[in-house]
Design a protein around this ligand. Structure first.
Ligand code: GLU
Length: 307
């Protein structure tokens, strides 16, 4: 019988390496959250950036999630669930934004762009930012002729976006504080903000669970989804697991890969340890489904968790 799910969550890993313990924490919480809400889980492979995505990482991510009993209902490896295959859909969103006069080409180099971005999330920008928004048609033609490759930026309004994070509570951010952002890179690859917002909307995602490092992207994504005419999901951000030096863990540094940990520990031991770190259990070995029986967001820690 067709089972109707009103809640839809997602796994959205980037295959730039094996899952590390921090990525795994996000996947575990996304799974627990969707399952405890009686929802469905979609697996989307975020292989948007061809330079950083690797097929062997995709295999490793799938093996890890399966070994840990974190199953999904729909998605990868079926057609249409990898971002690299969804370019035509992003083209449509891009065209829509272009027609609404929300996009402009930005000719700045990467270093110029970094210099023009706000120093820290939430801080007011202390420089005039990129000037490309105000170039004339003639100036744009000349730059195009000179061979400068443009990225595409979106014009953000002076507007405060408010949202209630399911775990961290109320947030508000004025979009103009961090300024216009890139929608399509100068090499033609769509930017994370566009792809993830569009996909969450297009796949009907109602609950987004992910690491707290992405809280600073949330206001942009909410506004993009509203601008594209979609329904905004409920966001739940999770504490980050950081190295002993306070540095965010990264796949690129080969930090605490889940596959390596699974060579030394049983899936139940790994789930138990992770749950203990997150504050949702005392840390004793248990399976994901056992953990589900007593999962409660109220117990999830809020501060970064030091390994
Ligand atoms: N693909 C992103 C990552 O692995 C997550 C994107 C998201 O959850 O919004 O960091």
């Amino acid at each position: 019988m067709y089972k109707h799910h009103s809640e839809i969550g997602r796994f959205a890993p980037s295959p730039s390496g094996q899952l590390h313990i921090g990525n795994l924490a996000s996947c575990l919480l996304a799974w627990l959250d969707a399952r405890s809400a009686g929802g469905k889980l979609i697996f989307r492979m975020e292989d948007l950036d061809p330079e950083r995505s690797r097929k062997d990482s995709e295999g490793s991510i799938v093996r890890t999630l399966k070994a840990l009993g974190l199953g999904w209902d729909e998605g990868y490896p079926d057609a249409g669930y990898s971002q690299s295959e969804r370019r035509e859909k992003y083209d449509e969103a891009f065209e829509l934004l272009l027609r609404r006069d929300l996009l402009y080409p930005c000719y700045c180099s990467r270093s110029e762009r970094l210099a023009a971005s706000a120093p820290h999330p939430g801080e007011k920008r202390n420089d005039p930012g990129c000037k490309c928004r105000h170039l004339s048609a003639l100036q744009r033609r000349e730059l195009d002729k000179s061979g400068r490759k443009a990225a595409w930026k979106i014009k953000v309004p002076d507007k405060t976006v408010r949202f209630l994070d399911g775990h961290y509570g109320e947030f508000s951010e004025n979009l103009a504080d961090s300024g216009d952002f890139i929608i399509k890179r100068s090499d033609g690859v769509y930017a994370y903000q566009l792809a993830v917002s569009f996909d969450d909307m297009d796949m009907g995602i109602t609950r987004v669970v992910r690491g707290r490092d992405l809280l600073t992207s949330t206001a942009k994504q909410i506004w993009l989804i509203q601008t594209l005419g979609g329904d905004v999901p409920q966001y739940y951000h999770a504490p980050l697991i950081v190295g002993a030096d306070g540095r965010k863990l990264s796949k690129r540094y080969g930090d605490l890969s889940a596959e390596a940990l699974l060579c030394e520990h049983s899936p139940e031991e790994l789930i138990g340890q992770l749950a203990g770190l997150l504050g949702i259990s005392g840390g004793k070995p248990e399976s994901a489904s056992e953990l589900l029986e007593h999962f409660d967001w109220a117990n999830v820690k809020k501060n970064d968790i030091m390994m």
